[in-house]
Design a protein around this ligand. Structure first.
Ligand code: CP3
Length: 342
C-alpha cells in the first residue's frame, strides 16, 4: 500500500492527515542529546552516517511519525562549495563570507562537492534500509536565497541585511551566487533521491524578507528552477517548498514553483490557507511550535482546528516552524494522539 504522505502529496484527501515535525530529531529529545554528545559536536554528527541515521530514527521509534527527515543541515552545501563552517554553542552557525567576484570564483566546482557530501548520501542509504515500511524518507536542502543570506553575512541575521545590501550594490555577484547555489542544490537533492530519499523539501526560511519583484526573482524563480530540474530527472519524486513568511503570497505558489506541496508557517490561518492555497494542491502545516512548550487545552484545540480546516483536501500535519529545544516531549505525543484519535 502506498505510504500515507505519498498519497497526500499525490493529491489525495485522507481521513487522518499524515504527520511529521520540523526538527523532529533535536535537542528537546534526551536521546538526541546523548547521541550528539557521543558524536562530539553538531557537524561531526551530520557527517557520521551511522549516528546521523540513529538520530533520524529516534523520533520515529518514540512517536511513529509518518515521515523521517534526513538529519543534516542546509549549511553543509556552502561548506561543500568551500566556505568554512562552524557552530558557536548557544549562538548558531558561522561561515566565511562570499561577497566578492574573487571569493565567488574560488568556490569549488560542482564536480568536487561530493567529496564533502558523500557521508550524507550514505546516511540516506542506511535510512532507506532501516526505516519501517510505512515511513517516508524526506531529503532536503536550503533554498538559494536562504543559503545565500548565511554565505553573505557569515551568520544568521534578523533582517538578512547584508544579503539585501549585496543584492542592491552588486547585483551581478549576488545573482551569480544564487545561480551557484541553485546548481549545487539540484546536484545535492538529485544525489539524495538517487540514494533513496522519497520526497525532498526546499527550506526558504527567510523568503518573507524579499519584497516586491525580489520575491519572484529570488524566492520563486530559483525554487522553480530546482523543481523543474529535479522533475526532469526524477519525475516521480514529490517536492515540498517552504517559503516561510510568504503571507498572502502563498497564493499561487503551487503553480509558480511546480512544487507538489506548499508548507505553511504559522503566519497564515489554516482557514485562509484552505481557501487560498490548498485549492491548488497539498499543503503542510501549520501549528505554532510554541504549543509544543505550553501544551494543554490550547494545543489540543489548535490541533483540532487545523485538522478541521484542512479536512477537505490534501494535508500533511506539521508545525509552522521547527520544534524548539525547550519543548516537552509529552506535548508531541498529545498532538499526535489528538490528530489520530480525535
Ligand atoms: O528537521 C530536522 O529534524 C532535520 C534536520 C535539520 C536541521 N536543520 C538540524 C539542525 C534541518 C531540516 C535543518 C534546516 C535548517 N538549518 C534551516 C531551515 C529550517 C529552519 O529552521 O528555518 C536553517 C535556517 C538551518 C541553519 C541552522 N542550523 C541554524 C540557524 C542553526 C542554529 C539554530 C539552532 O537551532 O541551534 C542550526 C543548527 C541545527 N540544525 C540544529 C539541528 C538539530 C541544532 C544543533 C545542535 O544540536 O546543537
Amino acid at each position: 500500500m502506498t505510504k500515507t504522505i505519498l498519497r497526500a502529496l499525490a493529491g489525495e484527501t485522507l481521513p487522518t492527515p499524515p504527520i511529521w515535525m520540523m526538527r523532529q530529531a533535536g535537542r528537546y529529545l534526551p536521546e538526541y542529546k546523548a547521541t550528539r554528545a557521543q558524536a562530539g559536536d553538531f557537524l561531526s554528527l551530520c557527517y557520521n552516517p551511522d549516528l546521523a541515521a540513529e538520530v533520524t530514527l529516534q523520533p520515529i521509534r518514540r512517536y511513529g511519525f509518518d515521515a523521517a527527515i534526513l538529519f543534516a543541515d542546509i549549511l553543509l552545501l556552502p561548506q561543500a562549495l568551500g566556505a568554512d563552517l562552524w557552530f558557536v554553542t548557544g549562538e548558531g552557525p558561522r561561515l566565511s563570507t562570499i561577497t566578492t567576484p574573487s571569493e565567488l570564483d574560488a568556490l569549488k566546482p560542482l564536480s568536487a562537492i561530493d567529496e564533502t557530501l558523500s557521508p550524507i548520501y550514505e546516511t540516506v542509504r542506511i535510512l532507506a534500509q532501516e526505516l519501517p515500511a510505512e515511513t517516508t524518507l524526506i531529503g532536503f536542502a536550503g533554498a538559494p536565497w536562504t543559503v545565500a543570506t548565511y554565505m553573505i553575512a557569515g551568520q544568521g541575521t534578523p533582517d538578512q541585511g547584508p544579503a539585501h545590501a549585496l543584492k542592491a550594490e552588486n547585483r551581478a555577484v549576488f545573482q551569480a551566487l544564487i545561480d551557484r547555489i541553485t546548481e549545487g542544490t539540484i546536484h545535492y537533492l538529485s544525489r539524495q533521491i538517487a540514494a533513496g530519499a522519497e520526497v525532498v523539501k526546499i527550506f526558504d526560511s527567510w523568503a518573507g524578507s524579499l519584497q516586491g519583484d525580489d520575491f519572484h526573482d529570488f524566492a520563486i524563480a530559483p525554487t522553480a528552477r530546482i523543481v523543474a530540474a529535479l522533475k526532469a530527472k526524477h519525475p516521480d519524486t514529490p517536492i515540498i517548498a517552504f517559503p516561510r513568511g510568504a503571507g498572502e503570497r502563498y497564493t499561487g505558489l503551487h503553480a509558480q514553483t511546480g512544487a507538489d506541496c506548499i508548507a505553511l508557517d504559522d503566519g497564515v490561518t489554516a482557514e485562509w490557507a484552505a481557501a487560498h492555497v490548498q485549492t491548488a494542491g497539498c499543503v503542510q502545516g501549520n501549528l505554532k511550535s510554541s504549543h509544543m512548550v505550553t501544551g494543554g487545552a490550547d494545543l489540543v484545540g489548535e490541533t483540532k482546528r487545523i485538522c478541521a480546516a484542512f479536512a477537505n483536501g490534501p494535508h500533511i500535519f506539521n508545525l509552522g516552524h521547527g520544534i524548539t529545544p525547550d519543548a516537552d516531549p509529552k506535548n508531541v505525543a498529545l498532538m499526535i494522539e489528538t490528530i489520530r484519535n480525535g
